[in-house]
Design a protein around this ligand. Structure first.
Ligand SMILES: Cc1cc2nc3c(=O)[nH]c(=O)nc-3n(C[C@H](O)[C@H](O)[C@H](O)COP(=O)(O)OP(=O)(O)OC[C@H]3O[C@@H](n4cnc5c(N)ncnc54)[C@H](O)[C@@H]3O)c2cc1C
Ligand SMILES: NC(=O)c1ccc[n+]([C@@H]2O[C@H](COP(=O)([O-])OP(=O)(O)OC[C@H]3O[C@@H](n4cnc5c(N)ncnc54)[C@H](O)[C@@H]3O)[C@@H](O)[C@H]2O)c1
Ligand code: SF4
Ligand code: FES
Length: 802
């Protein structure tokens, strides 16, 4: 039967969760296409607060890697926006001119941040906090400026303010009410929260109404209704969100505040559904993931023909993600005349608990200072617990719950994902889970806000007893419990030779994922270079295609230019190819070579053939460039032949597979024009000798290289580079840069190992083996018709720039 065409508009948290649920129920039921305005794979928006606060990095918040789309045959168009929907013809149109027909359309376009329509709102430095780009902009501003203002003292504003403090800025929070988070807290809790955040360094301007954003092009401050002003170099607007419904509305889909949906997430138009923050269900538009995920689960069942009662609405609960602050609220937060209230307020200890009952049943709660009962109260509300039941449960000390072990199985551990204690315990037993990461991989618990991580850890502890290790060895990924070292050891001792065999013999729980497959491919190749046949399909797509895909879906071509040295003939060839194939942009890279950008996929092999130059491996987990200064040949200060040395090194190590990309530089004197101090291996000429620096990095985590050794002879230097590189290849985790590896192993340890002459010799012998199988990938592709067809005609998924 022909698969139904399912189109998802919005590559965000709710839409992709819906697809995950669909894939669980019917993996082959639909031909799926996803359009996402943001140029990234699906990421955890919630964790942007933690990124700003420095607790995690943008790299670590991806929820579904590019490979996930490919593994599930999902055609993803990142950075491409649906601009209109023809509901009668069932086609969506995009800003890149695509017309995509659908049998079923899911609209999951989320929200837009609400920007107060103030004079000056368009000035530079006035931004929202919603996505990766906003986060990057805030981090950049914090590097240059000192004073920030956050408008809005709600969840987002306070989490942003904590992040700005962590980034070293002074922060004023401007709030329109007389206490914070009035949508989630009552006055008492709001005031307790304010006192704690003031101690943390935030300054609050309450009951302030902003009327103007000051400055010329760039913001310089804010003016308020009462005539007062403050200075600000950065203004973060966090005053709520508006469902993103414009395209649906234009298409004639019924919309109120959000896109109107029934209990099955059906809009008023057949075959069109809405899920997430853009949807309005029974008058409610939700802005937290728990209800959105519940909607996604129901929609998936409905689309897969699985019987469901439908979505009935959700009881909300919120928690602020600011360290040192424990605040929780759920359901109704302000009592009415007829409500019954249980209240406890301990000023001395900063503790507050209020539970509201309406018509004899629990209806809401606000907790400050101690939030451990939060999920329990949420469960009580969902179950419709009566006052009598509540009193009985709390007055009988035998029934009091002191640890996660005492909780009933149906109690919720992860509110965001709706995962109960019973479900986690069952997964621990049936799947042999031993770490929080594995529980996350198998059940989704702790995959969103991360607030339940400590409960999951506690639950592992009481389920596994002494066999639970709080600081476990890190498994390669959630498909296995084995660490990198254990896997490498097993491959060696059992003589395993291919990925599937490793998975079968070592008891993988799945068919592998985008984390373990490329890692296993690397380890197998590193261990037995002469025997192992590279499993190309396990590689990241840029490496398979030997070209980096760009955000507009075109590719880049970077030929090798040894040591950054070229000839007029080579330049002419590059120019001719650029003209012939209408290359969009020609750019000199930071690694001293030429990048041809904007190349069509079909043209790649033709360009490689016409250039007839080796691949620069600009996409590879391997040697990228050896940057050189002009050195003794031309420079007055040069004491050594840096260009000659750079060319020699690049020719020797090109094409080598390493755990991550690898860059080198050679400068002929300590003025360091080739930036040797921030390279994986940086060479500096001094007084007739070469100094060798290692572990440098000029990227996100700037790290200056450490001096490893100094050599008088070129041969000794090259031998040590070979030994160092091979030691890195053999002991680093896949995707670990030398900077992190040197920090992990310690420079002293690496020096000690590489001071043993026999060790240097044996490492070099294995390095020579690895180098002996190197082939130029462009030549390999053009000379192999099957490879050409496989690589350039079957890859469907546009993928990220690595
Ligand atoms: C900093 C921050 C912290 C948060 N913390 C929490 C928290 O602790 N707990 C919690 O429960 N919630 C939290 N939230 C809210 C939570 O992230 C959202 O509720 C959730 O992401 C909404 O999911 P969604 O899929 O509806 O929308 P989104 O995740 O916003 O996804 C919508 C996607 O659709 C794309 N899109 C829009 N229009 C189009 C179009 N026409 N064509 C193609 N693509 C389009 C958008 O670019 C976006 O990528 C937080 C939000 C932020 C910003
Ligand atoms: N921990 C979490 O659960 C979390 C964290 C961040 C964001 N979020 C979600 O993201 C979305 C956006 O968060 P938000 O905090 O912007 O929305 P919000 O609606 O929860 O809060 C906005 C706050 O801004 C205040 N405000 C409105 N107009 C103002 C003005 N002119 N001047 C000063 N203050 C003004 C409001 O009184 C309100 O307290 C929400 O859906 C929220 O639930 C959740
Ligand atoms: S590093 Fe020294 S030798 Fe090389 S170009 Fe700079 S100044 Fe000249
Ligand atoms: S409670 Fe948010 S991830 Fe579990």
């Amino acid at each position: 039967m022909k698969k139904k065409k399912l189109v998802l508009m919005g590559n965000g948290m709710a839409g992709i969760r819906t697809l995950e649920e669909i894939l669980k129920l019917n993996p082959d039921g639909f031909d799926i296409t996803v359009f996402g305005s943001e140029p990234y794979p699906n990421y955890n928006r919630i964790q942007l607060s933690k990124v700003l606060q420095g607790d995690t990095t943008l790299r670590d918040i991806t929820l579904n890697e590019w490979q996930w789309y490919e593994d599930n045959n999902i055609r993803l168009y990142p950075g491409e926006t649906v601009t209109s929907i023809n509901k009668d013809k069932q086609i969506v149109y995009t800003d890149k001119g695509k017309a995509q027909p659908f049998d079923k359309l899911i609209i999951a376009t989320g929200s837009n941040p609400f920007m107060l329509p103030l004079p000056g709102v368009e000035k530079e430095g006035v931004i929202a906090f919603r996505n990766i780009k906003d986060t990057e902009t805030i981090v950049e501003y914090a590097k240059k400026y000192k004073k920030a203002a956050v408008i809005g003292g709600g969840l987002l504003g306070l989490e942003a303010a904590r992040g700005l403090l962590n980034l070293g800025m002074q922060v004023d929070v401007i709030h329109i009410h007389d206490f914070l988070m009035e949508r989630q807290l009552d006055r008492t809790a709001g005031k307790l929260l304010q006192a704690e955040l003031e101690l943390q360094g935030m300054n609050f301007l309450l009951q302030k109404s902003t009327i103007e954003i000051l400055g010329k092009k760039q913001v310089t401050g804010l003016r308020f209704k009462d005539g007062s002003r403050i200075k600000a170099d950065l203004v973060v607007m966090a005053v709520g969100i508006k469902p993103n419904v414009a395209i649906a509305k234009e298409a004639g889909i019924p919309v109120s505040r959000g896109i109107l949906v029934n209990d099955y997430l059906e809009t008023g138009i057949p075959n069109i559904y809405a899920v997430g923050e853009c949807a309005e269900h029974r008058g409610m538009v939700y802005g937290l993931v728990a209800p959105l995920y519940q909607q996604g689960e129901i929609l998936a069942k409905h689309l897969c023909g699985v019987e469901t009662e439908g979505y009935k609405g959700s009881v909300l609960s919120t928690q602020l993600k600011v360290s040192g602050v424990d605040v929780f609220s759920t359901g109704k937060i302000i009592e009415e005349e007829n409500s019954k209230v249980s209240k406890m307020h301990d000023d001395l200890r900063g503790l507050y608990q209020k539970i509201i009952f309406e018509k004899g049943k629990m209806a809401g709660a606000v907790l400050y200072g101690n939030t451990k009962d939060g999920n329990k109260l949420l469960n009580y509300i969902k179950k419709g617990t009566t006052i009598e039941e509540y009193l009985e449960a709390t007055q009988n000390p035998e029934k009091e719950i002191n640890s996660v072990g005492d909780m009933p199985d149906e109690e919720m551990i992860c509110g965001c994902n709706g995962i109960t204690k019973g479900a986690i315990v069952e997964a621990i037993h049936t799947q042999g889970l031993t770490t929080v990461e594995q529980v996350k991989g198998c059940t989704n618990a702790s995959r969103s806000c991360g607030g339940c991580k400590s409960l999951v850890s506690e639950l592992l502890q009481c389920t596994l007893g002494d066999s639970y290790d709080v600081n476990p060895k890190e498994a390669i990924c959630s498909c296995t419990t084995l660490s990198r070292d254990e896997v490498v050891q097993e491959i060696r001792s059992k003589g395993l030779t291919h990925i599937r065999e490793v998975m079968n013999v070592l008891g993988w729980k799945t068919d592998g994922c985008s984390k373990c497959k490329p890692a296993l491919n690397y380890y197998l190749g590193m261990i037995a270079p002469l025997k192992y046949k590279d499993e190309k399909e396990a590689r990241f797509v840029n490496e398979r295609l030997h070209a980096n895909i760009q955000k507009d879906g075109t590719y880049s071509v970077v030929p090798r230019m040894y040591g950054g040295v070229t000839t007029s003939e080579a330049l002419r060839k590059i120019a001719d190819v650029a003209d012939k194939y209408q290359v969009g942009t020609i750019k000199v890279t930071g690694g001293q070579r030429i990048d041809l950008l904007g190349v069509k996929k079909d043209d790649l092999p033709k360009i490689w053939a016409e250039l007839d130059m080796p691949s620069g491996s600009a996409y590879a987990k391997g040697l990228r460039t050896v940057k050189t200064c002009v050195g003794e040949s031309y420079c007055r200060f040069g004491t050594q032949d840096s260009m000659g040395m750079g060319i020699k090194l690049e020719k020797k190590f090109e094409g080598l597979n390493t755990p991550h990309k690898f860059k080198m530089a050679v400068s002929a004197c300590p003025r360091n024009c080739a930036e040797s101090g921030i390279k994986d291996v940086g060479i500096v000429g001094v007084d007739g000798a070469w100094e060798m620096y290692v572990g440098g990095n000029g990227g996100t985590h700037l790290r200056q290289g450490d001096l490893l050794f100094k050599f008088k002879s070129e041969e000794e230097l090259i031998e040590m580079i070979g030994a160092f590189l091979q030691y890195y290849r053999e002991t680093a985790n896949y995707l670990e840069r030398t900077s992190a590896w040197v920090d992990r192993l310690g420079l002293d340890h690496i020096k000690e190992v590489l001071s043993v002459e026999s060790m240097v010799k044996s490492l070099n012998a294995r390095m020579e083996e690895a180098l002996s199988i190197v082939q130029d990938p462009w030549q390999e592709a053009i000379n192999n018709k099957t490879l050409l067809k496989d690589l350039y005609q079957t890859v469907k998924v546009p993928t990220k720039v690595e």
